[in-house]
Design a protein around this ligand. Structure first.
Ligand code: NAD
Length: 481
C-alpha cells in the first residue's frame, strides 16, 4: 500500500482523541479525522474545553486542530475517505445475556464494522485500537467482508492495542515503551503492518515497533492489563498481612522493588485499582479462559479482582472500625474521587465503593476532587451498580442507593478545606499531588475531635499528621498504637 494520507478514527474517547492528536502532531502530511456519534463530545473536542482532562493534551490538540486534525460527527463520510480506519470504540463488560458480567460487549465494534463495510468504496486497513478479546479480528473480518457491496474492496485488519495510561497519556504516546502491531502473515498482511508502522516511525524508534501475529497482539493487551492489576492486588494482599504483623508495606515494597527482576513500579499499596479497563479486561480474560475450558487459569485471574474488592471492603471496615464502630451521622471528608490522579475519569473508581460502604453505615459525606464535578459524582453514586460473584448478593444484584438517598447524605465541595471543615475524618481516595501540600494544621483546627485521617493512597506524611494531633490509619502501615 502507498503511504497513507488519510486516517479516520471511530471513537473520540480517552484513547481515540489523544492517540489521533499525537499522530496528527507527528505526521503533518497526514489528514487525521476523529469521528463519534456523540455530538456533545465532538463539540467539546472542537472547543476550548476538551471532553477529557489529560495533562498536555490541550496543547497538542491546539497545535494541529483545523490544520490536519479534525473532529466530526459525519462518521460515514470520513470513514469512506480514509486509507486507515482506527476503531477506538468502547468495549465494556456485557451487562445481560450470554457472558453477562464477564464477556466483552462488542456491539459498538460490530456497529462500527457494519458502517465501515457499507460506506467503503476503496480498500482500507482497519485497525483494532479498542481492547478486544483474542480472535476478534476473525469475527470482524466476516462482518466487513459480508456487508460490503463492492467485491473489489479489500479490508486488512490489524491489531494495534493502546498501552497509554490515563493521566500520563501524552507522555506515554510521545515516548511509548513499545508500539505493538499484529497482522496476518500474508503478503497483504505484511504490507498493511508496514504501512501502519510507517506512521509510527515518524517518532517511535524502529526497535520499539513490535510486530506480531494478530492473536498474539490481541492477547498481549488483555494480558498486560491483567498483569498490571495483578501486581496491585499482590501488594494490596501483602498490605493486609503487614497490618496483621506490624510490617510496613512501603518498606516491603521498597525492598521488593530494588530487586531488578521485580522492579519498583506499580508497588504502591492502595485502596484498590479502578478505571475503565483493568476489571473489564480481567473479566474478559476470565471469560475467554472459561470458554476454552481453562477453569483453573480463569480462577487464578479472577482472584485479582476478588482481592481488589476485598481491599476496598477492608478500607471501609478500617474507617468504621476505628471510629468506634459507627459512622452514623458523622461527616466524613472524601478527598479525591477520580480513579487516579491527573484524570477526571471516575469509571470504576474505588471511591464509589468506599462511599457506598460509608453511606450504608449512615455517614454524611463531603467530597472534593479537583477535576470531578458534582453532577458526575452524584451520577456515579446513584447509578445502580451491578455486581457479579459478590459474596453477599445474588448474581446481577444492584447495590441499592436511590438518588434521593445520595442527595440527602452527600455534598460536593469545590474547596478541600470546606470539605474537611466540621468532619470527623478525612479519607484520601486519589493520590492528587495537591493533597500533600494542604495546610493540615488549618484542617485539624476545623475538624471535630478526635480527628481521623485514613490515607487510602499512602501519600501523606503520617508522622507530621500525628504530631498535629490526627489519629492516622493507612493501608499496610503499622496501626495506631
Ligand atoms: P470511551 O468510552 O471514552 O470512548 C469511546 C467512544 O466511542 C465514545 O465516545 C462513543 O460514543 C464512541 N462510539 C461507540 N460506538 C461508536 C460508533 N459506532 N461510531 C462512532 N462512535 C462510536 O472509551 P475509551 O476509554 O477511549 O476506550 C476505548 C477502547 O480503548 C476500549 O476498548 C478500552 O478498553 C481501550 N483502552 C482504553 C484505555 C484507557 O485508558 N481509557 C487505554 C487503553 C485501551
Amino acid at each position: 500500500m502507498a503511504k497513507p494520507t488519510r486516517i479516520c478514527c471511530i471513537g473520540a474517547g480517552y484513547v481515540g482523541g489523544p492517540t489521533m492528536a499525537m499522530i496528527a502532531l507527528k505526521c503533518p502530511e497526514i489528514i487525521v479525522t476523529v469521528v463519534d456519534l456523540n455530538e456533545s463530545r465532538i463539540n467539546a473536542w472542537n472547543s476550548e474545553t476538551l471532553p477529557i482532562y489529560e495533562p498536555g493534551l490541550f496543547e497538542v490538540v491546539k497545535a494541529c486542530r483545523g490544520k490536519n486534525l479534525f473532529f466530526s460527527t459525519d462518521c460515514r463520510y470520513h470513514v469512506a475517505q480514509a486509507d486507515i480506519v482506527f476503531v477506538s470504540v468502547n468495549t465494556p463488560t456485557k451487562m445481560s445475556g450470554v457472558g453477562a458480567g464477564k464477556a466483552a460487549d462488542l456491539a459498538y465494534w460490530e456497529g462500527a464494522a457494519r458502517m465501515i463495510a457499507s460506506v467503503s468504496t476503496s480498500s482500507k486497513i482497519i485497525v483494532e485500537k479498542s481492547t478486544v478479546p483474542v480472535k476478534t479480528a476473525e469475527a470482524i473480518g466476516k462482518v466487513l467482508r459480508r456487508n460490503c457491496p463492492h467485491p473489489d474492496v479489500q479490508f486488512e485488519i490489524l491489531s494495534n492495542p493502546e498501552f497509554l495510561a490515563e493521566g500520563t497519556a501524552i507522555q506515554d504516546l510521545t515516548n511509548p515503551d513499545r508500539v505493538l502491531i499484529g497482522g496476518k502473515e500474508t503478503e497483504s498482511g505484511r504490507a498493511a503492518v508496514a504501512a501502519l508502522a510507517s506512521v509510527y516511525a515518524h517518532w517511535v524508534p524502529a526497535e520499539r515497533i513490535l510486530c506480531a501475529n494478530l492473536w498474539s497482539a490481541e492477547l498481549s493487551k488483555l494480558t498486560a492489563n491483567a498483569m498490571l492489576a495483578q501486581r496491585i492486588s499482590s501488594v494490596n494482599s501483602i498490605s493486609a498481612l503487614c497490618e496483621a504483623t506490624g510490617a510496613d508495606v512501603q518498606q516491603v515494597a521498597h525492598a521488593l522493588g530494588t530487586d531488578s527482576r521485580i522492579g519498583p513500579k506499580f508497588l504502591n499499596a492502595s485502596v484498590g485499582f479502578g478505571g475503565s479497563c483493568f476489571q473489564k479486561d480481567i473479566l474478559n480474560l476470565v471469560y475467554i479462559c472459561e470458554s476454552v475450558g481453562l477453569k483453573r487459569v480463569a480462577d487464578y485471574w479472577h482472584s485479582v479482582i476478588q482481592i481488589n474488592d476485598y481491599q476496598k471492603h477492608r478500607f471501609v471496615e478500617m474507617v468504621i472500625g476505628s471510629m468506634f464502630n459507627t459512622v452514623s451521622g458523622k461527616k466524613i471528608a472524601i478527598l479525591g474521587f477520580a480513579f487516579k490522579k491527573d484524570t477526571g475519569d471516575t469509571r470504576e473508581t474505588p471511591a464509589i465503593d468506599v462511599c457506598h460502604g460509608l453511606i450504608a453505615d449512615d455517614a454524611r459525606l463531603s467530597i472534593y476532587d479537583p477535576q470531578v464535578q458534582q453532577d458526575q459524582i452524584f451520577r456515579d453514586l446513584s447509578m445502580p451498580k451491578f455486581q457479579w460473584d459478590h459474596p453477599m448478593l445474588p448474581n446481577g444484584a444492584q447495590v441499592p442507593f436511590s438518588s434521593r438517598e445520595i442527595d440527602r447524605t452527600v455534598s460536593v465541595s469545590s474547596d478541600p478545606y470546606k470539605a474537611c471543615a466540621g468532619s470527623h475524618a478525612l479519607c484520601v481516595m486519589t493520590e492528587w499531588d495537591e493533597f500533600k501540600a494542604l495546610d493540615f494544621d488549618r484542617i485539624f483546627a476545623s475538624m471535630s475531635k478526635p480527628a481521623f485521617v485514613f490515607d487510602g493512597r499512602n501519600i501523606l506524611d503520617h508522622e507530621r499528621l500525628r504530631s498535629i494531633g490526627f489519629i492516622v490509619y493507612a493501608l499496610g502501615k503499622p496501626l495506631e498504637p
